[in-house]
Design a protein around this ligand. Sequence first.
Ligand SMILES: Nc1ncnc2c1ncn2[C@@H]1O[C@H](COP(=O)(O)OP(=O)(O)OP(=O)(O)O)[C@@H](O)[C@H]1O
Ligand SMILES: [Mg+2]
Length: 417
Amino acid sequence: MKNPFTPSDIASLPEDFFGRDKEIRLLARAINQGSVCIEGSFGIGKSSFMSRTLLHMDGFASNEKCVFVMAVGHGDIKTVDDAALLVLDKLVEVDNTQQKIKIGIPKLISYESTEAYTFFNEGRHLSALSKIVADQSFKSQINNAENFIIAIDECEKCSPAIARLMRTLCTEVQLQGIKNLRFVLAGVSPFYQQMADVDRGVTRFIYKSINLEPLDQDSALTLLDDKFKVVATSAERDGESLNIDPEVIDRIAAISGGHPHLLQLLGSHVIEHEFEDPDGCIDIKDLVDSLRTICYESRGRDYDLLIHTMKNESVFSDYHTFIELAGGSFPSKVDRSKALEAIDSDAIDWLLTRNIISVNDDTTYSVVDEFLRVRVVLDLQETKLDEVELELMNHGELSLPGQSFEMLYENTGRENV
Ligand SMILES: Nc1ncnc2c1ncn2[C@@H]1O[C@H](COP(=O)(O)OP(=O)(O)OP(=O)(O)O)[C@@H](O)[C@H]1O
Ligand SMILES: [Mg+2]
């Protein structure tokens, strides 16, 4: 039985990518106007969306004719030269014997530069990159493309350096009359704000910033339908009979709230559950078992540690208040002003810097990991687990503790924080 869910892979191929047609079209138009940012919370699909949009810009099922290089940011990128090297690594090949830098982007005739090599060798990576991008022969070649795109993922890990790179490179090439260089930057929000904090003027170079939301209901259901069809077909081919309760698909869509990573993760676990304990039917029981497996086994140790740390740092009660404010629906959304009224701002900052909660948009926060939230609710409702699961299965919502947090803690005999 095939498991077509991909919780650990970026969905970059068109056949793996679901929904977001409108966003791709919007972003494509924006790229023709200027540079863009893709923001969103963890696992919301930023990398997949960036990759799929770049494919569109490259002419896949479209009339676009752009050329792109794609790099991934990381915590060691501190300076503008580090950031330039990140891009150069994807753009050039260094020929030490001939003391040349060779550029070989598919679709562009290759081009060599000895001057850029000298800069490169001296560690002046920004100068090397500027030299290449502003060079006449490079310029005439990229003019064959509509736009030359420098795409950088995971920008939140090095936003100050990326801001400086974008500012300097864009200014330099614009001064030289080059109009078709674009940046496509993706990262966990609020990296755009972090770039603006470093350099107010940098926002002038960003034409549009897009905040990714979960997939809409139709796309989530199509994803699940398609994947479960693959499962059924593969089981049939192997001569096994397999029934899939359509209710499972509806419930996964509801619990995940269209969050692509949660869709993929839950789907994948449900299939594995049936594989490990086959009864010829993928039903609600597989789903309940999968939730438990995710919360207490596959991610159990990480969650134990996180909960322990939150208790030690006296912020567990704040996390609890936060999930109470989120209510029972998925994905969680908490009004930022309400959160700041109910929770100490230091605790909010602590939860934000540890990536336990994240800024969703201008007005709301979210929990980063919905399963940690489910786990905490399951822990607190220990005596009423069936009730929680029933609520989750029947309505796709969490039933929250009716009593106050402190009372629950006394009742379950856990140490209060
Ligand atoms: N449009 C989509 N269709 C199908 N699956 C998707 C889609 N977008 C994302 N996914 C799936 O969701 C998961 C997370 O996607 P991705 O890695 O792109 O998110 P991300 O926001 O870049 O995550 P991170 O914050 O960890 O960088 C992956 O399993 C991916 O396969
Ligand atoms: Mg990513």
